[in-house]
Design a protein around this ligand. Structure first.
Ligand code: DOR
Ligand code: ZN
Length: 349
């Protein structure tokens, strides 16, 4: 039985750090365990220009403890008014690593997102030309489509037509939650990849709805049936280079989640690596964890793996993580996988 595993320091290819007090509170938990992270731009107001991304990067870096080796990979929030030349300039400068497409109304702070993909085609064409990835929140938003079908319908009606129209565009299907999502990514060419969160490997929709409503398991895309969770596990643990870790760790204060209209988002940065080791061990795939968390994402973004190493050690008794972290006068509730965690994370620098 493997009780120790050393891998390249992982990257989180989909992360929400927010701003202000929240940013200060959460950054150190990511920078402790991850070498790099793709930073989501859905602030209020969103990060829509290179100049805003540069300023946000500086605010993030000011919250990274001095002894943590951490780099940001900034993204821009695509709107129907996005200036293609600014995107290109930001990418050429090395600041902007991707552009995020939120269908308007799909999730937290997505009101300025895209209503009609046709309007952003000139920007997407430029991105295809320079090889800048489009990160897609893949859910349709129309009221007539059931929330559990929104990913599948998005793939059929928006994503596939877009990829056919612009095959050179590099696309990441963010936080896939369905077997159809995993299958579509698997069938794609080298321009297509998909991130998978930690929590979607662990929870299905029963966790949210059975025995009382559990707001801390509510996120978007919402967790689906068990068969989908199993398909995601198979994809993540397969070693296939198209699948990599994006935690979608998305902190909201405990009070805004435990609320009559609770926010979507699960905060998992703190214990993600321990959770993943548990999942990969359960699947008999510990040897694939490095590909998923440290190698595949870097390869897709055309960067070398982190130089640092991370050792995962399986302890005899459970490792403890706090249930909440403090943010000003409030707290953020940490993802509870629902089972004890035995894998301790050691950052070897
Ligand atoms: O659950 C989610 N939370 N899904 C998203 O797409 C956005 C995120 C957030 O920003 O809170
Ligand atoms: Zn997200």
């Amino acid at each position: 039985m493997t009780t120790e595993l050393t891998i390249h320091r992982p990257d989180d290819m989909h992360l929400h750090l927010r701003d202000g007090e929240m940013l200060k509170a959460v950054t150190p938990h990511t920078s402790a365990d991850f070498g790099r992270a793709i930073i989501m731009p859905n602030l209020v107001p969103p990060v829509t220009t290179s100049e805003q991304a540069r300023a946000y990067r500086d605010r993030i870096m000011a919250t990274v403890p001095k002894d943590h080796a951490f780099e940001t990979m900034m993204t821009l929030y695509l709107t129907e008014g996005t200036d293609a030349s600014d995107v290109v300039a930001g990418a050429k400068e090395g600041l902007i690593k991707a552009v995020k497409l939120y269908p308007a109304g799909a999730t937290t702070n997505s009101a300025s997102g895209v209503r009609d993909v046709a309007t952003v085609m000139p920007v997407l064409e430029k991105m295809a030309e320079i090889g800048l990835p489009l990160l897609v929140h893949g859910e349709v938003t129309t009221a007539d489509i059931d929330i559990f079908d929104r990913e599948k319908v998005f793939i059929e009606t928006i994503l596939d037509p877009l990829r056919q129209a612009l095959p050179e565009l590099r696309v990441v299907m963010e936080h896939i939650t369905t077997k159809e999502g995993a299958q579509y990514a698997k069938e794609g060419n080298e321009n297509l990849a998909a991130t998978i969160t930690t929590h979607h490997l662990i929870i299905n929709r029963n966790h949210i709805l059975v025995g009382g409503i559990k707001p801390h398991y509510y996120c978007l895309p919402v967790a689906k049936r068990e068969e989908h969770r199993l398909a995601l596990r198979a994809a993540a643990t397969s070693g296939d280079a198209r699948f990599f870790l994006g935690t979608d760790s998305a902190p909201h204060t405990t009070s805004t989640k435990e609320n009559a209209c609770g926010c979507a988002g699960i905060y998992s940065s703190l214990n993600t690596m321990s959770c993943l080791a548990h999942v990969f061990e359960e699947e008999g795939a510990l040897d694939k964890l490095e590909a998923f968390a440290s190698l595949n994402g870097a390869a897709f973004y055309g960067i070398a793996p982190n130089r640092g190493k991370t050792r995962l050690v399986k302890e005899e008794s459970p490792v403890s993580y706090p249930e909440t972290i403090a943010v000003g006068d409030e707290t953020v509730t940490v993802f509870d996988p629902g089972f004890p965690l035995y894998w301790r994370v050691e950052n070897l620098g």
